[in-house]
Ligand binder design. Structure first.
Ligand code: 13P
Ligand code: SF4
Length: 341
């Protein structure tokens, strides 16, 4: 078992060093917590420079990680794009296993670290490579579009990947009448409503988003008249039908920045609202608190340990990585094509 990090002191130097940061985040991080977070943030940022590493942070990380140690933060698509571009030799992925695996597949020569290997995803564990092969047998010739929330083995059996930010665009890029869309049935239903392509779906679901209901959103509206409600497309259809805006985590953040509503509910993992509230202190965020137990495994002490020991590192067998890379690169090329149009 890895020994815990020693307790770090909140010295006057660290208090001075982190004062400006604390002023920014103080309305989302209680005073009593800062003396615990600040020495860890300081030690992580120092170690990161020594190691010439970069820290990529998903939008669902808690605010002390999101605002304290990130070199880049974003949704799954943004993390994949940034991971591919960076020249840093070491990447620490503050997110879940499939995100770290994606970074490793796109940059096989880099060291990719994940602070807790048990940070999984209910969607990724809902389907195996053998399931994909069976689907292909049942639907010969039909291309497979795979949400990035899957293992490298599953990506390796796929024609192309997608994220919640580009799923419709990716499905339409194939020019097919029908596609196999795996594994999120709710994202699949959402995409099916936006395109004339027929989708063959898998019964996977996100354990965080499937718990929301349309009634919950109607209750929010009743309690907070005028509230702007946004939802992630991993939510069930009755939730999406009640939402004012549907988009990936970064799309929701961008939308709040543009619209600046007085009151907002983000129907997604709960930590994200705290991260966004730091940027927009004038907006009231009503937080439906569904936490992702996998994302919550990533903590400041584990990030520090990971930089100190350069482990745990992600490894993907070369033959799997090579096939999975093709599916990911095809997805990234769709984005680049759209950017040129
Ligand atoms: P995004 O790509 O929208 O950030 O979503 C990732 C995820 O895991 C949502 O639950
Ligand atoms: Fe997976 Fe859902 Fe957690 Fe995202 S929020 S990592 S989809 S379980």
């Amino acid at each position: 078992m890895t020994p815990p990090n020693p307790v770090l002191d909140f010295t006057p130097e660290i208090e001075r060093e982190t004062r400006d940061l604390y002023q920014r985040v103080r309305h989302v991080i209680p005073d009593v917590e800062w003396p615990v977070h600040a020495p860890l943030i300081s030690a992580i940022n120092r170690r990161k420079r020594e190691r010439k590493a970069i820290i990529l942070v998903h939008n669902y990380m808690t605010p002390e990680i999101f605002h304290g140690v990130a070199d880049y933060s974003g949704d799954s698509l943004g993390l994949a794009q940034f991971g591919e571009r960076t020249t840093a030799e070491t990447i620490v992925m503050c997110g879940v296993h499939f995100m770290a695996e994606t970074a490793k597949i796109l940059s096989p020569d880099k060291t990719v670290l994940l602070p807790d290997l048990k940070a999984g995803c209910s969607l990724a564990s809902s389907i195996t490579a053998a399931d994909v092969r069976a689907l292909r047998q049942r639907h010969p010739g039909v291309p497979v579009v795979t949400y990035v929330n899957t293992s490298a083995d599953v990506k390796a059996e796929s024609d192309i990947c997608c994220t919640s930010a580009n799923a419709v665009q990716v499905v339409e890029s194939l020019g097919a009448d029908e596609v196999i869309f795996i594994p999120d049935q709710f994202l699949g239903k959402y995409v099916a409503g936006k395109t004339s392509v027929r989708l063959i779906l898998w019964a996977g679901a996100c354990e965080v988003h499937e718990r929301f209901s349309g009634q919950e959103l109607r209750d929010f509206r009743g309690m907070h008249p005028g509230i702007h409600v946004m939802a992630h497309p991993e939510c069930p259809p009755d939730v999406l039908a009640e939402a004012d805006f549907v988009g990936s985590t970064s799309a929701m953040i961008g939308h709040v920045g543009k619209l600046r509503p007085q009151k907002v509910a983000m129907i997604t993992e709960c930590s994200m609202a705290g991260n966004v509230a730091v940027e927009f202190p004038e907006i009231e965020f009503i937080q439906p608190c569904n936490l992702c137990p996998h994302m919550q495994r990533i903590t400041l002490p584990k990030i520090l340990r990971c930089l100190e020991t350069l482990s745990p590192a992600i490894d993907v067998p070369p033959d799997v990585a090579q096939r999975a890379r093709q599916a990911l690169e095809r997805m990234l090329a769709v984005g680049r094509g759209a950017a040129r149009d």
